[in-house]
Every structure is written in C-alpha cells, then in structure tokens.
Design a protein around this ligand. Sequence first.
Ligand code: UD1
Ligand code: CA
Length: 459
Amino acid sequence: MLNVVILAAGLGKRMQSALPKVLHPIAGKPMLEHVLDSARLLQPDRIVVVVGHGAETVEAKFAGQDDLRFVIQQPQQGTGHAVMQAVPELLGEGAADTTLVLYGDVPLVQPDTLQALLDARQEGLAILTEHVADPTGYGRIVRDESGFIARIVEHKDASDVERAINEVNTGILAAPTSRLKLWLDRLDNSNAQGEYYLTDVVGFSVSDGVAVSAAHPAHSWETLGVNSRVQQAQLERAWQEEQARRLLEQGVTIADPARFDLRGTLSCGRDVFIDVGCVFEGDVVLGDGVHIAAHCVLSNVTLGEKSRIEAFSHLDQTTTQSDVKVGPFARLRPGTRLGEGAQIGNFVEVKNSHFGPASKASHLSYIGDAVLGEQVNVGAGTITCNYDGANKHQTIIEDNVFIGSDTQLVAPVRVGKGATIGAGTTVTRDVPADSLTISRSPQKTIDSWVRPTKKKAES
Ligand code: UD1
Ligand code: CA
C-alpha cells in the first residue's frame, strides 16, 4: 500500500495574498495540482492533503476528485504535527507499506525522483536530500563517522559545526507506514521553534535500527519551495526553461527559451518554429512546419501543417487545416475552423465560423456565426451583423462568392454560389447564385460647392 501525504496547511504570509499559497500557479496550474499530478503517476492507494489556512478554498478547488482525502490541521504546530493529522487515513500495516510525504508548496518534484526515493526506501526510511551552496534555513543532514545518516537538525537548533553541513533536507521522505505512526507518537516540541518536527523521525529510525537512506533529486529546481512571489517567479522561469528545453530536444525551434511560456500542453510536429514572447495555454497541437511569429497567444488550438500565424495574433479554441495564414493582429475566437489554405488578415475577428478551403478575409472584418464555402473572398471592412440584440443568427456564404468592401451581412442570410456583392452593400435578404447584388444610394455631385469658413471671434 502506498499513501501520499501532502502538507498544505501553511499560511504563506510572504505571498501577501488572499489566495491560499498552494493555489498560486506555476505555468498556469495551482502548485498543489502539480504535486497531485506527480503523486498520481505513482498510483498510490491513498492521497491525503493536510490543509489549514484557507482549507475551504483549497478543498473547493479540488471538489469532485474522489481519490483525495482532506484533513484539517488547526492550529499548525509543525510538519510532524501536520502528518499526525493524516494518520487515521493511512492504509496498510505491513513492512512494505509506505507513506510518502510531499509539500504542497514544492510543486515541481518529478515522478522519477519520487520513484528513486521509493526505491531507496526498501525496508527502511528514505529521505530526499541535496547538496547546496547556501544551506541557510534548511534542516541539515548529520551523518556519523562511517557516513551513515544519524539525524536531521533544523537550522535554528543547529550548532556552528552543524550549520557548516551543506547536505540539506528537502523535506520529502518515504517511511514505513506502521513505523511512522509509532515515531509520530514519540515526537515532542522541545526545540527552538516549539514545533513537532517531522524530521525527528530520522533520529528515531536510527535508534530503532531501521536503515535510513538518501535519494537525490535529478534537478535542483525540483525541490525549490515557494514562500514568496519572488520565489514563485523564479520557479516559474526555471520550469518554463525546462519545458522549452524538452521541446528543443524534440526538434522544435524556440527563438529564445527565456521568452517562452507554456501553461498547459504543447505537442509539435517536425520543424515547428516559435518566435519570442508567445504564450500557449490549454492543449495546443502544432502540425509539421508550423510557424508562430512573435507575441502570439494560442489557447486550445490545433493547427494543420505549414500554417503560419503572424505576430500579435490571439487564437482561442480554433482548429485549422494545413497551409493557413493568420495575422498579424488577428483574433480568432472560440469555434473558428479554417480550411486548407484559408487566410485571415490584420484586424480581422472571427467567432464560431467555418472558412472553407482557400477562403480569405484579409482586412478589418468581423465574421461571426458564419459558414463560408471555398474560394470566398471577403472584402475589407465586411461585417456579419449576427446579433439582433437578443439572438444570434447565421450567415451562409457559398463557394466562390466575392464580397465587396464594407459590406454588412444582416443575418440570418444566405449568399448563393458565385454571387458578387458590390462594395458598401447592406445585405438583408438572401442573394441568388451567380448574380451581382448591390445596395447603394446613388452618387450625386453639387458643382461649385463652397466650404463653410470659420467665424471670426467677436471682440
Ligand atoms: C522544513 C524541514 C526542513 C527542510 C525544509 C525544506 C521540518 C521540521 N523541517 O522546514 O528540515 O530543510 O522544510 O524546505 O520539517 N506545514 C504544515 N503544517 C505545519 C507546518 C508546515 O502543513 O504545521 C507545511 C507548510 O505549508 C509547507 C511545509 O509543511 O508546505 C514545510 O513547512 P515549512 O514551515 O516551510 O518548513 P521549514 O521550517 O522550512
Ligand atoms: Ca520552508
């Protein structure tokens, strides 16, 4: 049996926030959710989250995830005290049954590192430790003359000699569950902070003759905790660079990995290019040879191969076939679908509309709730008037239609195959196929027109 206990009761005062610390995001996802995602990959039998400050908000955020048990720690009297609150929920009494302790504010510990820790546990206790340049503030790993772990001493309780130790406790550990319960019963708070230290179980393990071994994280950022916005920003950047590195290794070109933001998943074909300052959210899929120019935001988007998104475009819940061109300065809203070779130019907004193959809206248009066939040309300034103030209506534009500039299509309306609409037309009725439709007030000229002149100010 594997239990995972996640400590998430702390206040997070230095975040200066109304939001509980573990709900603050890294890469768009609450820190606690990162921890849960990694924990779940270990297929534990039980996950217990210890909450305290902002408990209701934290629980509400994960409502409906039935594999989670929440226990309240109130007041917060230390990490050992926090794990004590989880004891009634722990499963398994056998020597191989394990409890893994994680921190809700150490979001990026990787499943491989946790597996290495579980492997190190064998029949004893395993702690995740690390050698750091500046160990200030951390618990120090005290080893005996033979190099075996003897105990952990907290910074505030440590002697000068102990403070010189640079192997530190990351806080993450894997313990035999039945032993852990006994050790927790033995904790006291006679220390510099008056807290029940989880770290004291290391000394108990040694005195009980239970082996203590150490595992180490594969990357230093895995065990970085977040106590402030500064640390959150630093961890965000470390994680973004890691995500960028993984994509580079898969063959994606990222113009500058330091100016890349992925808040979700990004799956790329071969030879994808991503310029600086782009943000990817939700699930984004880019086909072979896709080119994303600078400063684009793509949220839940799938792009067909060789598509190009030019600079400063915003795409949300949009799907395209191959070879489309979008932007610069385009806005594709939810429900946009573009057929092969379709083109959306600058200052064009599209919502809930389908463009057939090779159809174009190149300049300054609003296309909403529309279905366009293939080879349709939408002139500059064309607007689908899809909303009557109460309901939305559809515009249907069949194949090979040419719509002149500054046309308004008052929906519901249908434009038949091959029709031409003259510039400036307000289309209020269906347009027959292969015809010219135009609504325009006749042009008139007044000869010898004298412009008004500005009146002189009275003195
Ligand atoms: C702890 C370790 C220290 C280690 C360090 C790594 C102990 C006694 N010390 O110290 O050896 O080097 O982490 O960062 O364990 N929490 C609760 N309830 C509490 C207290 C804490 O849920 O009563 C949670 C916090 O929200 C946080 C985590 O436990 O997620 C760690 O608590 P924190 O106060 O940061 O521990 P440290 O004193 O830094
Ligand atoms: Ca801490």
